[in-house]
Design a protein around this ligand. Structure first.
Ligand SMILES: Cc1cc2nc3c(=O)[nH]c(=O)nc-3n(C[C@H](O)[C@H](O)[C@H](O)COP(=O)(O)O)c2cc1C
Length: 355
């Protein structure tokens, strides 16, 4: 199975499965001199962790990140940084029903077709648990970006068709959905409650905003910043669409409405989402991800067994009603990783010309 690495200079490789001994990441190309200790990971890991509210799976991993290499006296050394996260709350029994049946909407069927097997105990590499390693890498990327004045904020824009109408950053971390509109949270929570009672799940939209991004990040033509962000975001399970700036709405605007006027004080609108020609323009980056309803639902579903015979899947065990809020910190991490990588790539070019 290839495809476990991402990035060019700030290059992450994640490893491990949902129900294996541990998972983690190696960051190659992490600059030296970043202050880093195990405590730095606690807050971000806690935000991704399930089981914080009634509509999330009660699997309760501590998600403690252990630094195995690349740090000396609490500072990165520039050598490969290895981060390890143990799997402690491993309960494989509820997954027994999945031994022979493929979960519709999940990766079981395609893993089986490609590899000839699938890890029925929670999905193995396709499990959301893999994203814990990404969040850990994101912590390091953000520590690199923070002194440069680059900050990243994710929030839930929509759940089950109910959309936030306000953007109040002060409330994002005061509700379990990481939504910036408390009125919308009420509607979202009752929609989740109703779907959960029916044994069903809901999708939604998450948005990530980047403030302080300098102009000049992104490498035309195949490594455009928007192309890299789209790949990073689409690589997260359950993400089915990515928009930058006005996104799909741009298709319905006239050029005169969509173009962001350039003034001596900067851009007077931001339909571009802060990227033109694949290069950051110095404005805020704005991107959104469409997230599908999570596949593991309690309703009986038509499927087949490993031999291709028709069957009905009836799940019991620990399953979420939505993944949107848990995906918010994962998207922040992926955006941070892309920006750290492109910042280092841009610096490398500048150094070449400066010499
Ligand atoms: C943070 C996060 C949490 C998720 N939680 C669940 C879950 O509890 N149950 C589930 O069936 N899928 C969950 N998913 C989605 C599956 O991982 C995903 O649908 C599956 O791997 C198939 O990939 P695809 O949806 O991208 O095609 C979650 C994904 C993420 C990123």
């Amino acid at each position: 199975m290839a495809g476990n690495s991402f990035g060019q200079i700030f290059k992450i490789t994640t490893f491990g499965e949902s129900h294996g001994k541990a998972l983690g990441a190696v960051i190659d190309g992490c600059p030296s001199g970043i202050a880093l200790e195990a405590g730095d990971f606690v807050e971000a890991m806690e935000r991704r962790r399930p089981g914080k509210s009634s509509f999330e799976t009660p699997r309760s991993e501590e998600d403690r990140v252990e630094i195995l290499s690349g740090v000396f006296e609490d500072v990165t050394t520039g050598t490969p940084l290895t981060l390890l996260i143990g799997n402690r709350d491993v309960k494989s029994k509820p997954y027994g029903v999945l031994k022979d049946l493929f979960r519709p909407g999940h990766a079981d069927y395609t893993y089986f077709r490609k590899f000839g097997h699938f890890d029925y105990r929670g999905g193995g590499r396709s499990s959301a648990r893999e994203t814990a390693a990404r969040v850990a890498c994101g912590v390091v990327a953000r520590k690199m970006l923070a002194p440069l004045g680059i900050s990243i904020l994710g929030h839930t824009l929509e759940v089950g068709g109910i959309r936030a109408r306000k953007m109040d950053p002060s409330v994002i971390h005061q509700n379990p959905l990481y939504c910036a509109d408390m009125e919308a949270v009420k509607g979202m929570l009752s929609a989740l409650d109703a779907a959960g009672k029916e044994g069903d799940s809901l999708g939604g939209v998450a948005e990530v905003l980047v403030r302080g991004c300098p102009a000049g990040l992104g490498e035309p033509v195949f490594d455009k910043l928007d192309a890299e962000l789209a790949k990073a975001v689409m690589s997260v399970g359950a993400v089915k669409g990515v928009e930058v700036g006005a996104g799909f709405d741009a298709a319905r605007l006239k050029g005169s409405e969509n173009n962001d006027p350039i003034t001596s004080k900067g851009f007077s609108s931001n339909n571009s989402g802060g990227i033109l020609g694949g290069i950051s323009n110095g404005d805020d980056l704005v991107l959104r991800a469409a997230i599908k309803p999570i596949p593991s639902i309690m309703k009986p579903q038509k499927t087949i067994d490993r031999k291709g015979r028709d069957a009905v899947l009836e799940l019991t065990g620990r399953f979420d009603v939505t993944a949107v809020s848990r995906i918010v910190p994962v998207l922040e991490a992926m955006v941070a990783i892309v920006l750290a990588d492109h910042y280092l790539r841009a610096s490398a070019i500048e150094q070449d010309f400066g010499a």
